[in-house]
Design a protein around this ligand. Structure first.
Ligand code: ADP
Ligand code: NA
Length: 290
């Protein structure tokens, strides 16, 4: 059993500033932290920390070898990550004293993947494996088709939301994970209620209100309350949730058990500053007292 993740890898560069930049303004900051980020990388790390065997399909530039090394240290199989001539994807994050932010994303290598390379990366994939992707790489439809043809369970985290991107892959999905805002956007784009989206399992995350699982086979919807925590930084909570959810399903755990584990992991994540580097491991998650 393995999880194949076609996903973005970003350098998250966070600059603390006294105020967010105004047009024409130049501002010096002495505070820079560089961390591993990107929805794809976050999900791979979360699933690996949850004990799953994770194969990351993606790309960085020459300036991103450190990101591959870090993913490897975190237990992710990085052999299918390409090093391309493009720049490594990055996010320039300005964070002011009131925790307001502005984020500029440059996708770079994340949007320069070749379908051939993805196909080679899936060569050993088997029907009991899971394929997951998000909307920060190119070749999403092609990759989902390849995975689906090999019989893998296909999961999609519809973020950052784009109506065209999700519509293109919707018929191929077995599992769709999205937050409340994205769910509303999908309803508007399809003119269909989220309960009737033709995907077998849909999980809508609701931040501090937990999440809702819709199983269209059974025509059932079930609510799960969030764990009580004091939020410090909600960045990466959704990615941690999805990584843990998939790791649970990959281990053969039922959906409710996998969701409960995912919620525990995500709740711990909102109490921590940072993204991939601070995702809790399975021991933290099972032993933590809320
Ligand atoms: P995203 O980060 O993708 O917008 P959400 O904000 O919905 O996703 O959060 C994903 C999951 O993280 C939630 O379903 C919940 O389990 C957990 N979570 C998020 N915010 C909180 C919070 N304030 N308290 C407890 N759990 C939270
Ligand atoms: Na966090």
């Amino acid at each position: 059993m393995a999880i194949y993740n076609l996903g973005s890898i970003n350098a998250d560069m966070t600059y603390r500033v006294p105020h967010l930049l105004a047009p024409g303004e130049t501002l010096a900051t002495s505070s820079l932290t560089r961390g591993l980020g990107g929805k794809g990388a976050n999900m791979s790390v979360a699933a690996a920390r949850a004990g799953a065997q994770v194969r990351h399909l993606g790309a960085v530039g020459e300036d991103g070898r450190w990101a591959i090394e870090r993913l490897t240290e975190y237990g992710v199989d990085t052999r299918q990550i390409a090093v391309l001539p493009e720049a490594t994807g990055h996010a320039i994050i300005m964070l002011d004293a009131a925790a307001e932010n502005c984020i500029l994303i440059y996708p770079g290598a994340n949007r320069a993947l070749s379908v051939e390379r993805i196909e080679a990366g899936l060569a050993e994939a088997a029907p009991e494996d899971i394929f997951v992707f998000q909307n920060e790489t190119n070749a999403q439809r092609e990759a989902a088709e390849l995975a689906s043809a090999r019989g893998l369970r296909v999961a999609y985290a519809a973020a950052p939301f784009d109506a065209d991107a999700v519509t293109l892959v919707l018929p191929l999905l077995d599992l769709l994970v999205l937050n409340e805002v994205e769910a509303a956007q999908l309803e508007r784009a399809t003119g269909q209620g989220i309960d009737t989206i033709p995907v077998r399992d849909v999980v809508v995350t609701l931040g501090a209100r937990g999440c809702r699982w819709i199983n269209t086979d059974a025509g059932e919807s079930r609510a799960f309350a969030a764990l009580p925590v004091t939020p410090v930084d909600t960045t990466g909570a959704g990615d941690t949730f999805t990584g843990y959810l998939l790791a649970g399903l990959d281990r053969g755990l039922p959906m409710p058990t996998s969701i409960e584990m995912a919620q525990r992991a995500a709740a711990i994540m909102v109490t921590r500053q940072g993204t991939a580097d601070v995702i809790p491991d399975l021991k933290d998650v099972t032993e933590h007292r809320f």
